[in-house]
Design a protein around this ligand. Structure first.
Ligand SMILES: [Zn+2]
Length: 413
């Protein structure tokens, strides 16, 4: 099955390399104006300028899609989500708007623990149905690859249940998904004064069981004051390494405690959040292979400072953008809002933001040979927009639905 897309106002993100874009490269946006693109089954087969489109090629295609002045761009890769969860927390949202503090909400049984309770109560089937709907919605919004974390189980059995849900989702949808074991997300209430014991259980029971069953691709840790320490993180990363699992870790969201340096030194694949960074930490990240995953919607929703993205880019750090989709601090998988905030609040250019949310995000998950850019031989997983003048228009005209169609592996999603 060959499908020919014609009259593409801008065919963008034509990257052919396989290393994350850093520094000035991140603003590089190879593109063709007034273009066509041909897919063959699930792959991108060819593209070129409309002026060079031959009648033979048009006749050869099984279907011709007239994009009519829209853009054709690589789909988003969401490299940090908590998409498997139960319940929602809009009542806490209201409490916070009316002046309640994080501590008072937690004391009333809210926060992560309320989501954990809902996840523990829900069956695997129920979690799967909820997550499948969220995935379908996110795909409709242009996301064509996902990382999904466990972390709301807070018991060995419930963490494994969450990971099995992710495994079922991998079989239910045609977009790729990678799973991260976030056994150290919050301290289970019955381990409140015995945090180290829970870390031991994660290391000695949960992680080996998940790895043996092939349920996890990465390990993750919420490393923050009042949650898990740097030593906890390093113990879990070391155990992950023993089982062949690389690390993506939550660090420097609330404090700069040295977690980024420690995670880099221990070979983390990604360090996520990075709202609190010093010049020294930025330089260290710039020298590392580790990719920084920034989550602007979470910073915005919690009214926290945004990560120092301009400094990270000028230092040469590799960065990606993700949604952090979760019921507490970022109850949305909408990457368009991530992009708009990245531009308006963090002063990224639209090209930098799109590259970070597609190509660099794909690199962070090892998908750079299959996804993340428009290149011959890659998966035909892309977004076709409504007619618009340029890439810059997209985040500028925030809040509108710019998507006309989303294709996953050459099929209309
Ligand atoms: Zn997160």
């Amino acid at each position: 099955m060959q499908r020919l897309f014609i009259h593409i106002a801008e065919l963008g993100g034509l990257h052919t390399g396989h290393a994350p874009l850093r520094g000035k490269e991140l603003a590089h946006w190879p593109h063709l104006r007034n273009a066509w693109l041909l897919t063959n089954h699930d792959r991108i087969a060819a593209f070129g300028a409309m002026a060079d489109l031959t009648p033979a090629l048009q006749q050869q295609a099984d279907e011709v899609v007239d994009v009519a002045g829209g853009l054709l761009l690589p789909g988003f890769i969401d490299a940090h989500t908590h998409l498997v969860h139960a319940g929602s927390r809009e009542h806490e949202f209201l409490m916070k708007l009316q002046g309640a503090t994080y501590a008072s909400i937690a004391a009333a049984g809210g926060g992560i623990l309320s989501t954990a309770k809902a996840v523990q109560t829900a069956s695997e089937d129920e979690l799967c149905t909820l997550a499948y709907k969220r995935l379908q919605q996110a795909i409709g919004q242009g996301t064509v690859g996902f990382e999904i974390k466990s972390g709301y189980g807070l018991t060995v059995a419930d963490e494994l249940k969450m990971l099995r849900v992710i495994q079922r989702l991998q079989q239910m949808v045609s977009v790729p998904i990678k799973a991260s074991l976030l056994g150290a997300h919050a301290i289970p209430p019955n381990y409140n004064t015995r945090r180290k014991e829970w870390v031991q259980i994660v290391v000695q029971e949960l992680l080996p069981a998940a790895a043996e069953a092939g349920l996890a691709d990465y390990v993750d840790v919420f490393c923050e004051e009042g949650f898990f320490s740097i030593d906890d993180m390093l113990a879990i990363m070391a155990a992950g390494k023993k089982h062949g699992l690389a690390a993506r870790v939550h660090v420097n969201q609330l404090t700069d405690s040295g977690a980024v340096e420690a995670a880099i030194a221990a070979g983390a694949c990604t360090v996520d959040h990075l709202e609190q960074m010093t010049d020294k930490t930025i330089q260290q990240l710039a020298l590392a292979d580790t990719i920084g995953v920034l989550l602007p919607t979470a910073a915005w929703f919690l009214r926290l400072p945004f990560p120092p993205v301009r400094q990270l880019i000028s230092a040469g750090a590799a960065i990606a953008l993700a949604s952090d989709f979760n019921p507490g601090s970022s109850p949305s998988s909408n990457m368009h809002w991530v992009l708009a905030l990245a531009c308006v609040q963090m002063k990224m250019t639209p090209a930098e933001a799109w590259n970070a949310a597609s190509f660099n995000a794909a690199c962070s998950l090892g998908w750079q040979h299959e996804l993340g850019s428009i290149a011959i031989g890659k998966k035909a997983s892309f977004i076709v927009s409504r007619p618009m003048p340029s890439l810059e228009y997209w985040p500028y005209a925030f809040g509108s639905n710019h998507i006309a169609q989303v294709y996953v592996n050459g099929q209309l999603a």
